[in-house]
Design a protein around this ligand. Structure first.
Ligand SMILES: *Cc1c(COP(=O)(O)O)cnc(C)c1O
Length: 371
């Protein structure tokens, strides 16, 4: 019997019927973009949902990161994690600045504050940290280092929708935080993203930057770009927002099932223990250690042969890609923890409606790959 492929994720979608009233509104008003009425409702709803004050919706997180860096005037060195999706470093370059890679922490796979501090030079202007898999960075340590050295802190919170840290919304951390609403994330608007600002003035400046820097008919005050979210994406977001808490709860149940079945398997290290207050179960990464019967790539292929498409997030490291590997900070010997993680990590399929029978198959294969 051929089975349907199981991918690492599957997007959360509204019922088409639920979208209809908003589609009718768009077709009626003919307002398709440019901070239309649906976007404005969705922006307030997103801020309320996240528990923050000031949100700027944008067309995607990549441009959100570029705008965040541009707004803060960052053109020098930005210390960042090599263990991330390539957009993190690309955004630094598109903003006109230069990435400097620092190693990550063994337990969280997020930037190691001590490694960050060791990379600071007179040219360093900011830290762009990633909450990888939705696991919060050590924001206290990073922001303390930033304060001492006069640096800005921006968070790539693409994975961290809805995550809380010490009872507070993680999206409120740092000078600016950027969320992704891409199809593959916990919450999506097909494509989309948001920048969380500390005050209204910053939010309005970012809104302007996302609209070519236009203030009014005759006034353009910044070299902005087009990073606006459309009314269609906002309509999807407004319809999905009330469903995302239940989707995260379902993800938590799937992740807890993996944890109980796999965390005791010899040679596997599971990264995200269940029941962590405020976590969003964005991913279920496992580290395939040397005493597991297969290598990480062999396990990846073993699953693929069964039409199960786990993903090696994040391999290769950003610092090993051709446009970055000649940087001094990209030298593999300076990033031993990141190198090890990239060679061992595999993210298992995890989404709100993963079929329990499919999950049982995955668990069976991973826990006894030779059975
Ligand atoms: C998905 C992702 C991005 C990019 O988000 P887009 O909305 O697709 O531009 C940036 N950083 C990380 C860590 C991501 O996973």
């Amino acid at each position: 019997m051929t089975r349907l492929p199981v991918f690492v994720t599957r997007p959360l979608l509204p019922d088409p019927g639920e979208l209809e009233p908003l589609l009718a509104e768009i077709f009626d008003s003919r307002i398709l973009t440019n901070r239309g009425p649906i976007l404005q409702r969705f922006e307030s709803a997103t801020a309320a949902w996240l528990g923050v004050e000031h949100v700027s919706l944008v067309s995607n997180a990549s441009l959100g990161l570029v705008l965040a860096l541009r707004h803060l005037g960052i053109t020098g060195e930005v210390i960042t994690s090599p263990f991330s999706f390539v957009a993190t470093s690309h955004a630094i370059r598109w903003a006109g600045a230069e990435p400097v890679f620092a190693d990550i922490d063994e337990r969280t796979l997020n930037l190691d504050p001590a490694a960050v501090e060791a990379r600071i030079t007179s040219r360093t202007q900011a830290i762009l940290a990633v909450h990888c898999y939705g696991i919060p960075c050590d924001t206290v340590a990073l922001e303390e280092i930033a304060r001492r050295h006069g640096l800005r802190v921006i968070y790539d919170a693409a994975h961290a929708f809805g995550v809380r840290q010490s009872g507070k919304p993680l999206a409120a951390a740092g000078d600016l935080s950027v969320l992704s609403f891409h199809a593959t994330k916990v919450f999506n608007t097909f494509e989309g993203g948001a920048i969380v600002s500390p005050d209204r003035e910053t939010k309005l400046a970012l809104d302007r930057l996302a609209n070519f820097g236009i203030v009014d008919d005759v006034t353009v005050t910044a070299t902005g770009i087009n990073a606006k979210m459309t009314e269609l994406s906002a309509a999807v977001g407004l319809t999905l927002l009330p469903k995302v808490a239940a989707a995260i709860a379902s993800r938590d149940r799937v992740a807890a099932r993996y944890w109980h079945a796999l965390s005791g398997v010899r040679g596997l290290r599971c990264l995200c223990p269940p029941g962590q207050e405020g976590h969003n179960s964005y991913a279920f990464p496992v580290l395939v250690e040397p005493d597991y019967p297969l290598s990480r790539d062999e396990l990846h292929h073993r699953l693929k042969a069964e039409n199960i498409h786990a993903r090696r997030y994040f391999h290769p490291l950003i610092s090993d890609l051709p446009m970055y590997r000649t940087l001094e900070s990209a030298a593999p010997q300076g990033l031993p923890v990141a190198q090890r993680a990239a060679s061992r990590v595999l993210c298992l399929p995890l989404y709100h409606d993963l079929d329990p029978a499919d999950q049982d198959r995955i668990i069976g294969l991973v826990s006894s790959p030779w059975a």
